[in-house]
Design a protein around this ligand. Structure first.
Ligand SMILES: Nc1nc2c(ncn2[C@@H]2O[C@H](COP(=O)(O)OP(=O)(O)OP(=O)(O)O)[C@@H](O)[C@H]2O)c(=O)[nH]1
Length: 364
């Protein structure tokens, strides 16, 4: 297994929006000089128009929109330069705002031209990794930035070495694709924000719907269990009334932190609104869901929120537990969990002394 060291060039600017675009090669980053624009796309170019470091010429097939990116060093004897239809390339990578589709289109194009066998993409955060094809021996790796924004890292793999010509043409295409990758990253960021509860940072109702429908379909397909907890704080209104909303907000945030701490990374924690939360537990049956509910309850009961005046606010929560039954929809699963929660609250109200049994109910 070898990681190919991309060729470091003296004039490595690969800019379509110079001077702020960089293709960083490996751990070395290239400073773009103003005026180092290389792959300027214009259908009205005279044959043989030359740009610094890159030679752009129209396709000999007389189609003015078909441009070839050819290294100025001249075509390699080993491998004649291939014509790359940049218009079609741009149409393909900009056709969607979905990151997976953008990278799919990019790699399909790269595969046609360079026959790489596999690729891996790591987004700028740790939360996104996309792959295609097969891992292979020779690797070309780039970390991409555009206008100072990190766009993640792309690794291309194939069984034979990438020549310098290959690398130059790949870098030109990455430069062209960079704005599409940036737009897709922004789009996914906006989508994530739409699914986030601004106060606690947990998912919101939309996240529950999007992720829940997917997990429900997976559960049905693979006959795996799926459980849901519906949580509601006990007498939260009194906290707000006594200590004020900012303290109430701190309580809500503490509940969110606790949910995140005691559930698995694979679980989804959501604030539906007010003092209502939902935890969706994939691959989890009723017994394990009840255990999870008890872990949440006891973790919340162990700590209190200290106010500025030194008061200590205990956090108590009621929890309803439900497990997916055949032919149930996500809404029905939620209504089951909510009905169990209602039963837990009723049991609490029937006996207003501090509960001997935790306020956890499951409808079976
Ligand atoms: N601090 C704060 N309070 C909120 C927020 N959203 C809703 N609330 C308050 O949450 C409280 C919810 O109280 P309820 O669920 O009606 O009742 P409760 O006092 O918890 O009573 P039980 O559920 O019967 O135990 C209300 O006082 C709302 O005003 C918020 O974002 N921040």
């Amino acid at each position: 297994m070898s990681v190919e060291t991309p060729v470091l060039r003296r004039q490595p600017g690969l800019s379509v929006s110079e001077p702020s675009f960089q293709v960083r090669i490996g751990c070395h980053s290239a400073q773009i000089q103003p005026g180092s624009q290389l792959a300027h796309i214009s259908p009205r170019l005279e044959h043989g128009s030359s740009f610094r470091g890159r030679h752009v010429s129209p396709n000999p097939q007389t189609d003015p929109s078909r441009l070839a990116l050819v290294p100025t060093a001249g075509p390699s004897r080993r491998q004649p330069p291939e014509t790359i239809d940049t218009i079609r390339f741009l149409q393909a990578v900009t056709a969607s705002l979905d990151l997976e589709e953008v990278l799919g289109a990019l790699n399909e194009f790269l595969h046609q031209a360079f026959e790489h066998g596999g690729w891996e993409y790591h987004g700028p955060g740790d939360d996104c990794r996309l792959t295609g094809g097969q891992s292979d021996r020779h690797r070309l790796e780039y970390s991409l930035t555009l206008n100072g924004q990190a766009l993640g890292a792309l690794r291309l793999m194939r069984g034979r070495r990438f020549s310098e010509d290959d690398q130059q043409r790949i870098e030109g295409l990455l430069a062209l694709a960079a704005p599409a990758i940036q737009n897709a990253l922004r789009f996914s960021h906006v989508n994530r924000q739409l699914e986030r509860d601004p106060l606690t940072g947990l998912g919101n109702r939309r996240a529950l719907s999007v992720q829940g429908e997917q997990w429900l379909a997976d559960s049905v397909r693979h006959h795996h269990p799926l459980s849901m907890l519906a949580l509601d704080l006990d007498r939260f209104k009194a906290v707000n009334d006594t200590y004020g909303h900012p303290v109430g907000d701190r309580v809500l945030c503490r509940v969110a932190e606790t949910l995140m701490a005691v559930t698995r990374t694979a679980d989804l924690c959501v604030r539906l609104g007010g003092d209502e939360f939902v935890v969706l537990l994939p691959e989890t049956g009723l017994r394990a869901a009840l255990d999870c509910a008890e872990r949440i309850r006891s973790a919340l009961a162990q700590h209190c929120i200290t106010t500025e005046s030194g008061s200590c606010i205990a956090i108590s929560v009621s929890i309803g537990v439900a497990t997916l039954q055949p032919d149930m929809s996500l809404d029905q699963l939620y209504h089951q969990a909510d009905a169990a929660l209602y039963a837990a609250k009723q049991a609490r109200d029937a006996d207003p002394s501090p509960p001997v049994q935790p306020n956890i109910e499951a409808l079976r």
